[in-house]
Structure formats: structure tokens, C-alpha cells
Design a protein around this ligand. Structure first.
Ligand code: NAP
Length: 513
């Protein structure tokens, strides 16, 4: 089986050694091997800093937006190839659309925002002159310029295309060359996307390393940016690297989180919000087989509705068909691999100490179009924990189609329970009672990067609990990594250096024009 090639210094080249075999999530066959051994990462860093930075520096913001648009349109044109590869990672057509179309859409939103909101220039002046002296001859202004470094983007396995594009777009617009390090299990999908767009971007603007990156952080410092998405453990390891702690490379982390959804006491069976809550929970459990950083792990419902909600969700889960992507009637695909299935089973065993599994069997699932054991299939698993004070549901992330129902008494209690997740990417409140919504949103805001209020008025247009929008921030405090990505042009600004420049008005004028 051939080795997956990396795209470094303008060439595709394979690592040496045996590498790691990446298996097809559905059949277990080897798709490719991945090795970073023998790759000259120092040359890649030098190429980014010399060639990439210079090439991007020649382009104004609108010119960069035009190049990004061409890349996004090329991906759109060839997205079927990415869907086909995604199926090998267990993704159904719906899952692949979230990753591939979601990524393309995100890049295009950045293109639009850049065209409207960034100047025809290579720097941004943030404010009008701030007078600093009584005579009016001395003033200051804030200017954003491109750092003389690169953006290293380390991505999680679950969104090989979206994860890459949502980081690449703002870095590229900011004029920073990118080195992407995709996660090994789905690196072949990210690499294919890079093959499609590499020639449409300026030389050095985008490189990709498949495999490990030992020593790479030793080459980074204060002009560089590291964008990480993945587990809290890896985030902690990278955050404590001297590149960050001593040399102050900018570091942004998006880590795992125990996101919640809250059903309001008003949303009894028969009210539209009751069904919206159950539908959203099942969607979040089953899209990408629950391998979504924003998926609902903790579902809080009024104590008197616990049985009714359990039944409603079970009835919906019973309609889920697990199997090979593309096979007849399949609505949920596989986990990315057998090791991930073992992780999910182990996490569910820990979660079950707090209650019981009320839907699904962690060890058994009926599968359409594939072998249930060779493929990384698992049933959707709904747990119920009658004592929400137990630690497990607030601490254990099962990164699969798994969620735990828990009761609460009132808004004050649910806010305390929400806080026990210690920081989340996304939360939702499903209720038509403005007083309850206000209490929960204001109580939960400090613990979240994004909060969705879902009700009958907005449901038809709502983008849903689990979908980060490029116009809005994505990231969360505490356990969720403490970082923020996206948020429209904020993400571009975050890649730039803000410098206060002081001088006479004429001097300031001559510098910025
Ligand atoms: P992971 O094991 O932490 O890996 C994430 C990335 O870090 C991979 O590219 C991995 O490469 C790389 N990596 C690991 N050790 C490294 C090191 N010492 N130096 C440099 N890179 C290193 O996470 P994962 O299993 O891919 O993803 C699942 C987790 O990500 C879940 O916990 C999920 O909640 C979280 N997640 C969060 C978000 C978010 O936006 N907050 C989004 C998606 C997923 P290899 O694969 O080659 O080891």
C-alpha cells in the first residue's frame, strides 16, 4: 500500500519507514500508510517564511480573497471526489456534506466578508487618530500588519476539509502562509483537498505534512501562529511547549467539550419545542456518528418530563439505520476506526456508572451493507442519569453517537449543572418562555462560546445546535480550549499584529497611505 504524500516546498513527497496503516472505517482494508519520517520540516518552515510570506505580501486583501474564491470553487467542482474518500472514513453523504460543503461555504463566507470589510491594501488601520497632546500635533493609531511568520494548523480527524478551510481562510487573508498537519486517520482526505487547490494559491501559501511533526514546534516563535483542534490532552501538551511558553508563538486551541441542550419547563409533549428538542438531540447524536466537537453530550430536561423525553428520543433513534455510507436506507455511518470504537465503548462504560443505557447496546449493532465487526460501527447510545450530581456525565466525553439525559428542577439548578461541564463550545435552550430562556442564557453565557435558542419562531431557518457559523465565533472557555476561531473578520484580525503607532498627524498619514 502506497505512502500518503505530503506537499512541502512545492512538491509532493512521501515519508520513509513503515508508517501507520490507515484502515477503511467500513471494510477494514488499508486505505493508505502515513509517515512523516524523513520529511524536511525545517525546509518547509523556511519555504513558508521566505516564499509564502513574500508571495502573499504581494497581494492586497481583495486579491487574496479572489485566490481563496478560486480555490473554494475548485473544491466545489470536484467535491464528489471528496465525498467518495469521506465514505471510506465512515461518512454518509449527509456527513460528508457537513465537512466538504461546510468547509467550502465557510471559505466563501470569508471571501465575501473580506471583499466588503477589508481595505484594498495589505494593512488595516483600526481607528481614527487618537489625540495624545493638548496642541493636537501628537496622536496615535492602531495598525494591523502581517507577522513575519507562518500559521501551523493542527487538525482533528473528524473534519478533514472543514477543519482545514476554516483555519486556512483567515490565515490566508491575513497574509500568513499555512502548514497544515491533518490528523492521521483522515489525512488522505485533507491531502486530496490540497491537491485540488494547491496550484490555485501562491507558491508557499499552503503546505501539508502527513504524519507526525517531531521538532516542528522547535522552529516556531513569536511571529508564528499555531491553531490546534483536537483533544484537551494534546492541547495541554502543545500549550506547554517552549514555542508557546518561552517564545510566545500565538496559540489557539479548540478542544473537546461536554456541550448541553436544555429543554424548558414550558415545552411539554404537544408543544413544538418538545419535538424540536428531541429532533435536535437525535441529529446531534447521529450526524458524523456523533464525532462532532459540538454534539450534545448532556441533555437536561425538567424532572417531570424525563420519561416522556426518553420515550420520544428512543422512538426517533429506533428509525436510525446504521451501515455502510451509500447502502440502502443508511442514515448513520461508522466511526473513523476500530480504535475509536474501543474509546467510545470505554467512555460509555464510565458514563453508565452514573445511570444506565436506555437505548442501544455498546457491543452490538445491526448493520446494513457491511460487516458489523470489521467496520467501526456502533449503535446510537442514549443514557439516563437520574442523579445529575454524579460527576461522570459532566467529565467524560464519549466521542461517538452518545448522549446522557438528566433531570433538573429549575433554572438555578440547570445553570449549576451546565457550569459543571467547565466550559463548552456550544449549548442550546429549547423553550418558548422568554423568562426561562433569559435566565439560562445569561447564566450559561460565561461557560460557552456559542448559545442557540431554539423555538417555533426560528426553527425553520435555524442552522442548528452543532453547526459553527463562520460569521460567529467558534471556541469556548475552559475545557473547550479557551480559544476562539471564526467570528467573521475577527479571525483575520486575530492573525495580524496590532501595533500602536504614535507621531504627528502628518507622519501617521504618510505611514498608512
Ligand atoms: P487528538 O488525538 O488530540 O489529535 C488532534 C491532532 O493533534 C491530530 O492532528 C494529531 O495528529 C495531532 N497531534 C497529536 N499529538 C501531537 C503532538 N505531540 N504534536 C503535534 N501534533 C500532535 O484529537 P483527535 O482524536 O484527532 O480528535 C478528537 C478530539 O478532538 C475530540 O476530543 C473532540 O472533542 C476534539 N475536537 C474538537 C473540536 C473543536 O472545534 N473544539 C473539533 C473537532 C474535534 P495525529 O493524528 O497524527 O496523532
Amino acid at each position: 500500500m502506497s505512502m500518503l504524500e505530503s506537499y512541502l516546498a512545492g512538491d509532493w513527497r512521501a515519508g520513509t519507514g513503515k508508517g501507520v496503516a490507515v484502515a477503511d472505517a467500513v471494510t477494514g482494508e488499508t486505505v493508505t500508510r502515513v509517515s512523516g519520517e524523513g520529511l524536511d520540516l525545517a525546509a518547509a518552515v523556511a519555504y513558508a517564511r521566505r516564499t509564502g510570506l513574500a508571495e502573499l505580501g504581494e497581494l492586497t486583501f481583495p486579491q487574496r480573497a479572489a485566490a481563496l474564491k478560486a480555490a473554494a470553487l475548485a473544491l466545489q467542482e470536484r467535491r464528489q471526489e471528496l465525498y467518495d474518500l469521506s465514505a471510506r472514513a465512515g461518512a454518509t453523504r449527509r456527513d460528508a456534506a457537513v465537512d466538504v460543503d461546510g468547509g467550502i461555504g465557510t471559505a466563501l463566507v470569508y471571501v465575501g466578508l473580506a471583499r466588503k470589510g477589508l481595505p484594498d491594501h495589505t494593512l488595516i488601520v483600526e481607528d481614527d487618530p487618537v489625540p495624545l497632546g493638548k496642541g493636537g500635533t501628537f496622536a496615535g493609531r492602531h495598525v494591523l500588519t502581517t507577522p513575519r511568520g507562518l500559521s501551523l494548523q493542527i487538525n482533528a480527524y473528524n473534519f478533514p476539509v472543514w477543519g482545514m478551510l476554516e483555519k486556512l481562510a483567515p490565515a490566508f487573508l491575513a497574509g500568513l502562509p499555512t502548514i497544515v498537519k491533518p490528523a492521521t486517520p483522515t489525512a488522505y482526505i485533507a491531502a486530496h483537498a490540497v491537491r485540488i487547490i494547491a496550484d490555485l494559491l501562491p507558491p508557499g501559501a499552503l503546505q501539508l505534512v502527513a504524519g507526525g511533526v517531531p521538532g516542528l514546534l522547535d522552529l516556531l516563535g513569536g511571529q508564528d501562529h499555531i491553531g490546534f483542534t483536537g483533544s484537551a490532552d494534546t492541547a495541554a501538551r502543545l500549550r506547554s511547549d517552549p514555542a508557546v511558553t518561552r517564545r510566545s508563538a500565538r496559540f489557539n486551541a479548540e478542544a473537546d467539550s461536554l456541550n448541553c441542550s436544555v429543554l424548558g419547563p414550558d415545552a411539554v409533549p404537544g408543544e413544538p419545542e418538545f419535538d424540536l428538542f428531541a429532533d435536535a438531540l437525535v441529529t446531534e447524536m447521529t450526524v458524523k456518528a456523533g464525532q462532532k466537537c459540538t454534539a450534545i453530550r448532556r441533555a437536561f430536561v425538567p424532572a417531570n418530563l424525563l420519561d416522556a423525553v426518553g420515550e420520544a428520543v428512543e422512538a426517533r433513534l429506533a428509525r436510525v439505520v446504521v451501515g455502510a455510507p451509500g447502502a440502502d436506507g443508511v442514515t448513520m455511518g461508522a466511526l473513523v476506526g476500530l480504535a475509536q470504537r474501543e474509546d467510545v465503548r470505554a467512555a460509555v462504560a464510565r458514563l453508565a456508572r452514573a445511570g444506565s443505557v436506555i437505548y442501544g447496546d455498546p457491543d452490538k449493532v445491526e448493520v446494513v451493507g457491511a460487516d458489523a465487526e470489521r467496520g467501526a460501527f456502533v449503535s446510537p447510545l442514549l443514557l439516563r442519569a437520574d442523579d445529575p450530581a454524579r460527576p461522570e456525565p459532566h467529565e467524560v466525553e464519549a466521542f461517538g453517537p452518545v448522549s446522557t439525559l438528566m433531570p433538573y428542577r429549575d433554572a438555578a439548578e440547570v445553570n449549576e449543572l451546565i457550569a459543571r461541564g467547565e466550559g463548552s463550545l456550544a449549548g442550546s435552550v429549547v423553550s418558548y418562555d422568554p423568562g426561562f430562556v433569559r435566565r439560562v442564557v445569561l447564566g450559561a453565557a460565561a461557560h460557552h462560546g456559542r448559545l442557540l435558542v431554539l423555538d417555533r419562531d426560528s426553527a425553520a431557518e435555524s442552522t442548528g445546535h452543532g453547526t459553527p457559523m463562520p460569521q460567529l465565533v467558534h471556541g469556548g472557555p475552559g475545557r473547550a480550549g479557551g480559544g476562539q476561531e471564526e467570528g467573521g473578520l475577527r479571525a483575520v484580525h486575530a492573525h495580524l499584529q496590532r501595533t500602536a503607532i504614535q507621531g504627528s498627524l502628518a507622519t501617521l498619514d504618510s505611514i498608512i497611505n
